[in-house]
Design a protein around this ligand. Structure first.
Ligand code: FUC
Length: 818
């Protein structure tokens, strides 16, 4: 008892010291000295449901408005039941090596002609300022610490300020306009949309825009939407015209923007858009700007402030954010890394809130009626990537909208499994939308991938690994088991080795061109890895929850019959079941490296040869690519424990996308949005997750501190990262070496720690146990099959391993051993 008391006491003292050391995060604002001309220069605000892009124009301001349930179409399905009959023939054609015929048959029999409904922008709010003099002292910022976009300028002897935020507690977007001189505020407000909406001002002086989502691919648009704007002014007057609110000679004005649709769930659009929008508007309009802002800050900062990150010396930087991106590669602006990292967290807090839709391809900010790739959910990488930072960067609650989508797909996907493949369980292919379609889309080359559900299902168990929440695990167990059930039914024995494989399928969006140009295949490496993960996670969950079923025995047996990972003729990890990889292939998808990240099947300690092969494959794929591909590679290089290469990828990603000749490449827009190009939010989230992964990893049976710290990141600190096993980690380092490590345990139990330096701390025991005996077991995949006998085994990476017995709620301090 006595020793425990002492340990608690010393913990408190050190935590206090710790906070002061970790406190100075660099300036967390995006800054500009001119209004946005392009959409990718405007600044995003959002509360998960309501999004806005703020242009900051003191003459003709545009605030683009979105609501996250405004999609084209209405509930529908996209299964083609003819697939069931054609399935055996397609499989035989693949096993006979007749890939062109197999792909043709899939194209004829598996598709429905419906490739998903687009997410749609709601419209624009225009503020036309009446003042005439020239503008001076202009600035435009987005402060990530407050989630407020501010534009300020001077004109005709008055200083003007416009603040915009999207409030989660009050479910409105709020704009506050103020002038330093009495009566100097003069503007009109109006709403517009490209098509499909009308605007008017009602008798209560509320500006409305109402309309209907578009028809698409023969599905009639049935989402009714409504935006309502109410203005309150101090001083001056508020007049109305048919379609405008006119503010004259006011001192300040608050605009309350409410938006809603009739969407209730993926199979129910019986809501009342007008009533819902009006209820939020009336409630918010009773509150003062200060009151709304305080509630907004409290809500937002509860998430944002959990992680503080500092790199290098905190020097004030007066350059605009676009200049900083343009010069980032010079290497003198390390503080842009924490800003970009936190921008990823900002975007997740702003686009994914419990009870709402998960972040789509452009978050909630798409600006079109038919945005690129419909701004849908592409679930062969992009949607999963959006949620990579959710647990590790301490935003676990914001993972919930994705989990809810998986729940819903497990409902709609049962019919697809049954109707298309005669299988039980549930399936999803490579895309879905708000109506939770689960049939294949586009065409065989991209769409013949029945593994979307299998990849999404990983998130169910991963969330449990971070939180240890068995009640949650119990609630999602049927979904995980349903995914395993589908895979078990769909697996088929291939004739050459007798392995159980997924067929037909693809290695997402790539083809083994050196052999044939068709993508349709059997036993692609990523599929084998996904099946391995779904099966092992189902078995682990069943043990934790004490579940029994025949299925569990069956999948245990199937695990032994999956193809092993294979090392091919140039020492690479094979992407396909045959050794078809071309060392010159620089395709953006690196699907076979799923086993390295986000999965943990490839490890320097447990599978050193596969680790080396994965590195060979990644080197061959090259660095520069689409934004999301670079974001993935940051994580992959972090998992390969090469911080300098991971940092090189961050530098490639933080390069201006728009070139002097106007052409665009993978990189970053001036508002820090990631460029595929075009803007896709996945790359932002991927890179944020990757930065966390460079500083701490927890997938391989231990908390590995500073596993991939680049040489250039000499000094820094980060607080609040989350590790699997319910641990929260604060880290400080100096001269590229750990200085202090604080681990807070939520669940208690053994915490394993891995470090390149020897550590000391109360209760810390040196451990010689193998990595796989950590707090969460990491099952070993089968021994790799090595086609190339010269494939190298890496030198073992020297690490010090420790274990620490932890108590729930306690913090433990570790420091380097002198
Ligand atoms: C996948 C990728 C594309 C793009 C699209 C949204 O199909 O291959 O590069 O990111 O999703």
């Amino acid at each position: 008892m006595k020793s425990k008391m002492m340990s608690i006491k010393s913990t408190f003292i050190l935590i206090f010291l710790g906070i002061s050391a970790y406190a100075q995060q660099p300036d967390m604002s995006l800054r500009y000295d001119e209004p946005a001309k392009l959409w990718v220069e405007a600044l995003p605000v959002g509360n998960g449901r309501l999004g806005a892009m703020v242009y900051g124009d003191p003459d003709h301001e545009t605030i683009q408005l979105n609501e996250n349930t405004l999609w084209a179409g209405q509930p529908y399905r996209n299964d083609n039941p003819q697939a069931k009959e054609a399935l055996p023939q397609v499989r035989q054609l693949i096993f006979d090596g007749k890939y062109a015929e197999a792909q043709d048959l899939v194209n004829q029999k598996f598709f429905s002609g419906k490739s998903g409904m687009p997410y749609q922008t709601l419209g624009k709010l225009h503020l036309d300022f009446k003042n005439v003099g020239s503008v001076t002292g202009y600035s435009r910022t987005l402060d990530l610490e407050t989630a407020v976009a501010t534009t300020s300028w001077s004109r005709d002897g008055a200083d003007y300020k416009m603040e915009v935020f999207s409030s989660f507690p009050d479910q409105v977007i709020v704009i506050q306009l103020s002038a330093s001189k009495a009566g100097a505020l003069n503007f009109s407000a109006s709403l517009s949309r490209q098509e499909g909406a009308t605007s008017f001002v009602d008798a209560e002086n509320i500006l409305h825009l109402e309309g209907t989502g578009s028809d698409h691919e023969g599905i009639e648009g049935a989402i009714k939407f409504e935006a309502q704007v109410k203005a309150k002014t101090t001083g001056g007057s508020l007049l109305q015209s048919e379609k405008k609110l006119e503010v004259s000679q006011a001192d300040s004005a608050t605009l309350y923007i409410s938006m809603a649709t009739n969407f209730k769930s993926y199979n129910d659009i019986g809501g009342d858009a007008n009533a819902k929008a009006m209820a939020f508007l009336e409630s918010a309009a009773q509150k003062s700007y200060t009151y709304l802002k305080e509630a907004h800050l409290k809500d937002y900062q509860n998430y944002f402030n959990r992680v503080q990150f500092k790199l290098g010396e905190a020097k004030p930087n007066s350059a605009t954010t676009d200049e900083r991106v343009a010069h980032f590669k010079d290497g003198n602006d390390l503080a842009l890394v924490p800003l970009y990292f936190q921008f990823g967290r900002y975007l997740l807090i702003s686009s994914s809130r419990p009870g709402g839709q998960p972040a789509n391809l452009q978050g909630i900010w798409a600006n079109d009626l038919k945005p690129v790739w419909d701004s849908k959910y592409t679930i062969n990488i992009n949607t999963e990537m959006n949620y990579w930072p959710s647990e590790s960067t301490n935003l676990s609650e914001l993972h919930e909208p994705l989990i809810q989508m998986i729940r819903e797909l497990s409902e709609t996907g049962q019919e697809t499994a049954r109707e298309m493949y005669g299988a039980s369980g549930w399936v999803a292919h490579h895309n879905t939308d708000i109506w939770r379609i689960t049939g294949p889309v586009d065409a065989a080359f991209w769409g013949m991938w029945p593994m979307g559900g299998a990849w999404l299902s990983q998130h169910l168990f991963d969330k449990y690994e971070y939180t240890g929440d068995t009640q949650f695990l119990d609630s999602v167990y049927p979904i995980l088991e349903g995914s395993a059930r589908f895979l078990q039914d769909f697996l088929v024995e291939e004739p050459e080795h007798g392995w159980l494989v997924i067929a037909p399928s693809i290695s997402p969006e790539n083809a083994p061109y050196s052999d044939h140009p068709e993508s349709v295949t059997a036993g692609a490496t990523m599929d084998n890895q996904l099946v391995f993960d779904v099966f092992t996670k189902t078995l682990r969950a069943s043990k934790i929850l004490n579940k029994k079923s025949d299925l569990l025995d069956e999948i245990e047996a199937s695990l032994q019959r999956l193809p092993p990972m294979q090392i091919g003729k140039w020492g690479q990890l094979q992407e396909w079941m045959y050794d078809w990889d071309n060392p010159k292939d620089n395709h953006r998808h690196v699907s076979h490296l799923y086993g390295l990240y986000p999965s943990n099947q490839i490890s320097p300690y447990r599978t050193p040869q596969l680790f080396e092969a994965a590195k060979t494959s990644l080197v061959a794929r090259g660095d520069e690519s689409t934004g999301w591909s670079m974001g993935w590679k940051v994580n992959l290089w972090a998992r390969l424990l090469d911080g300098n290469h991971a940092y090189k990828l961050i530098q490639d990603q933080l390069t201006p996308s728009i070139q002097p000749d106007g052409k665009q490449k993978g990189g970053t827009y001036s508002n820090l949005f990631d460029a595929h190009p075009p803007f896709q939010i996945d790359g932002n989230f991927g890179c944020t997750a990757g930065i966390a992964e460079m500083l701490m990893q927890s997938h391989d049976g231990a908390i590995h501190i500073l596993p991939a710290l680049p040489d250039a990141w000499k000094t820094g600190s980060i607080t609040g990262l989350k590790a699997r096993g319910g641990f929260e980690v604060n880290l400080e380092w100096e001269a590229n070496k750990a200085k202090t490590l604080e681990i807070t345990s939520a669940l208690g139990g053994v915490c394993r720690v891995r470090s390149y330096q020897p550590l000391q701390g109360e209760g810390l025991i040196e451990s010689k146990k193998a990595a796989e005996t950590g707090f969460f077991q990491t099952p070993n995949p089968k021994e790799p099959l090595i086609t190339n006998p010269t494939a190298s085994t890496p030198d073992l990476i020297t690490v010090f391993e420790y274990e620490l017995q932890t108590e729930p709620g306690e913090t433990y301090i570790l420091t380097p051993k002198n």
